[in-house]
Design a protein around this ligand. Sequence first.
Ligand code: AKG
Ligand code: FE2
Length: 294
Amino acid sequence: MPIRHLAPTASGEDIAAVLATDGVAVVDRLVAPALMDRIRDELAPFMAATRTGPDEFSGHRTRRTGALIARSPSARELVAHPAVLGAVGKALGHATNFQLHLTQVIAIGPGEPMQTIHRDQWAFDFFPFPNGYEVQCNTIWAMTDFTAANGATRVIPGSNHFEDRLQFGESDTEPAEMEKGSVLFYTGSLYHGGGANRSDAVRYGVNITYNLAWLRQEENQYLAVPHDIARTLPVDLLRLMGYARGAYALGYVDDLRDPIEVLRPDLAKSGLGDLAAALDHVQQVHPVGAETKR
Ligand SMILES: O=C(O)CCC(=O)C(=O)O
Ligand SMILES: [Fe+2]
């Protein structure tokens, strides 16, 4: 099954519709290549200081540089891109809220073999989530062109519906080839892996992932982004980073306070604060009184 490519005008709903069936979609040229160059420039000193991976899965010839919200103001545009948030909101809309899971440049160096084909949701201690219950929605933005030769992500379209814990070889997969500024979307249930880099140049991708807010985040945003920087960020971005309660009560601070108040006391509310939105959602999904009306 080929990887479906969508035009940059695709809506979040269009993208989510492809993800529901195939588990993967590429939106071509969603941002200008110049934005990707800016992000690369902002991150250059951090990438230069990053060591290669400590194990085979991380990649002995691969560098993973994180904390992009703190280190690259331009990367925040990718994290909060409206088409991405629209698609993720739809793909993960069965839960009360979602959050940022991790931000990471993945620089696959020449000579790196293909990564083991896996599901990203295995990060949750291999919990067997029910088929169709998506817990994670991911993006990889091309910061260089992605080609079969330089390590374009290998994916198995439709494998979001497969059994869990399967093993695959390269010939079972397809390369997500795309131009710089394009973005690969894939669900946490999709079998995929970083491609072998058989070229003589580094493949740079910006991996930004999102998960249900009742699960733990892979990258700890509270510690990765210094509070002096966090205080300057837009409230919507802070909420996405996890300065909000997950579902009804997860992550509150001391006397049931909204965690954002710790950074921004000016946002303190005496009422429910962010819980109001969570409760609205719960009311829509499980209307109170529905049991008795039946
Ligand atoms: O870099 C890539 O293309 C994919 C990497 C990946 O799937 C992972 O590290 O989980
Ligand atoms: Fe992965």
